[in-house]
Design a protein around this ligand. Structure first.
Ligand SMILES: Nc1nc2c(c(=O)[nH]1)N[C@H]1C(S)=C(S)[C@@H](COP(=O)(O)O)O[C@H]1N2
Ligand SMILES: [Mo]
Length: 252
């Protein structure tokens, strides 16, 4: 695996397979080097898949040539781990703990009973691909934080995933925004496993790496703890168009 494979192996139209010319570019690669080559050399197992037929063909194409076709504007599926357990309404749990007065564990049904918010914005990955007008629906993170009662020293929130590896972070002010959801639905369907179901984070105004898939833990902390990609050179404040050296149009 080359340095460039550590998340951005595709080009702006999602078609590249070797990372060369990826729009994330030198600044990020240099950032990743500065962040420590050890982590990159040790490297996560990266899995990519596509939710369109050309992508599906590319998965099976030994020549790699179909990877040069445009990907059709669909999502890429990402995971930093080789396999992720499947969770359903019986086995899924979301814990909210840390600097809160009432640590809480939610089951899927508990989350479904809370008020649901639907948001439609573009999705933007920091490697360049964008999916316009994507509906997400779920519980505002602020609702869960308020229910738990934020302690006086709280400054930030850390998110963890039942894939066992991924993590993300927000400041408390960011986490309280009305366009940050604990999402149960995407594209007006229950969140499928490959998109991080049954529950993922959705941070509308930020690059999609903030939207941690397979969400299992929300921990209120006294400072921002950089997440998985942030330890590897990505910006902690990941506003679309105002971070990571990119100038994309805002998503919200
Ligand atoms: N647990 C987990 N969450 C994750 C990732 C990941 O690899 N693992 N990748 C992030 C990145 S970089 C992007 S672009 C989106 C991709 O979401 P998708 O696979 O539903 O398209 O998930 C984000 N959340
Ligand atoms: Mo991404």
């Amino acid at each position: 695996m080359t340095k460039d494979d550590a998340h951005p192996p595709h080009t702006a139209d999602g078609s590249g397979t070797d990372g060369r010319g990826a729009p994330v570019g030198r600044r990020l690669v240099l950032g990743m080097l500065a962040a420590g080559a050890a982590g990159i050399a040790a490297g996560p197992v990266l899995q990519r898949a596509y939710d369109d037929t050309i992508g599906a063909a590319a998965q099976k194409d030994p020549t790699g040539l179909s990877g040069l076709l445009p990907a059709g504007g669909g999502f890429r599926y990402y995971s930093v781990t080789g396999s992720v357990p499947h969770k359903d309404e019986h086995t899924y749990r979301l814990t909210l703990d840390g600097l809160v007065r009432r640590p809480t564990t939610y089951r899927l049904a508990d989350l479904h009973r809370l008020p649901q918010t639907r948001i439609v914005h573009d999705v933007q990955c920091v490697t360049g691909w964008r999916v316009p007008g994507t509906p997400f629906e779920g519980v505002r993170l602020a609702t869960l934080l308020d229910a738990a009662g934020i302690g006086p020293r709280a400054k930030a929130v850390r998110f963890t995933s039942f894939d066992g590896s991924y993590s993300e972070s927000l400041t408390l002010a960011q986490a309280r925004r009305p366009d940050v959801l604990v999402a149960l639905r995407m594209q007006d369907k229950p969140l499928g496993h490959d998109h991080g179901g049954p529950v993922r984070l959705y941070v509308a105004p930020m690059y999609f790496y903030k939207s941690a898939k397979w969400l299992s833990g929300i921990t209120v902390t006294d400072r921002v703890e950089p997440g998985f990609w942030e330890e590897r050179g990505y910006d902690v404040d990941a506003w679309v168009g105002r971070s990571n050296g990119r100038d994309d149009a805002p998503t919200s």
